[in-house]
Design a protein around this ligand. Structure first.
Ligand SMILES: [Zn+2]
Length: 200
């Protein structure tokens, strides 16, 4: 998994889309949908949707077994736990015990097992490749993120009403926006208008 290969295109149900790089595959996964007010962003409707998401890079875990409805339910529970934990950490709050338990439980399963190709220059995942293994890999990545040096870099977009949380993996650590094309440009435009309003 290459860190610089993270990020997905998010679609707004009201129209429009933008590329959002949450900085970690587990965080990208947290944006595949949600509960409550975020249910309109749901993209994992069927077990096959989960298989398709996991098969995309950087994880590129092409399932060798059909994803079950039970695995989809587990995936959504893990997704919510990752979201809750990331937002709690970004806000400086203690992590919800339920989220920690859900992440830990997902990590108890054997993760995806890397396998070097015969030519020795490329790698994939050893068969069988199951959804529970991929979820374990995501859960383990989240555990490393929360307990590692980048934990301090988990933050919410600096825009007032944007709930997107990311981990800033840039060297200077000065990332403020979920995406420049979304909140960054909006902020620049507002600052420009404010300046123009002040000028006689
Ligand atoms: Zn934002």
């Amino acid at each position: 998994m290459r860190v610089n290969a993270t990020g997905r295109v998010l679609h707004d149900p009201k129209g429009g889309s933008f590329r959002f790089d949450a900085g970690a595959v587990c965080l990208d996964f947290a944006y595949t949908g949600g509960e409550g007010q975020y249910a309109i962003f749901e993209s994992l409707h069927e077990p096959a949707d989960l298989a398709e998401w996991l098969a995309q890079p950087p994880l590129a875990a092409v399932m060798t077994a059909i994803v079950t409805a039970r695995e989809l339910t587990a995936a959504k529970a893990l997704r919510q736990a990752i979201w809750d934990a990331a937002h709690a950490r970004a806000a400086g709050r203690p992590l919800p015990a339920r989220a920690v338990a859900t992440i830990n439980r997902a990590a108890t399963v054997a993760p995806l097992i890397p396998e070097l190709a015969a030519d020795g220059t490329t790698a994939g995942w050893a068969s069988p490749v199951r959804a529970t293994q991929a979820l374990s890999t995501l859960a383990r990545e989240m555990i490393e993120l929360l307990s590692g040096p980048l934990a301090e870099r988990i933050r919410e977009c600096a825009s007032d009403n944007c709930p997107l949380v990311f981990v800033d993996t840039s060297r200077p650590g000065a990332r403020r926006w979920c995406a420049m094309e979304r909140c960054g440009n909006r902020h620049k435009l507002r600052a420009l208008r404010a300046r123009q309003a002040m000028d006689p």
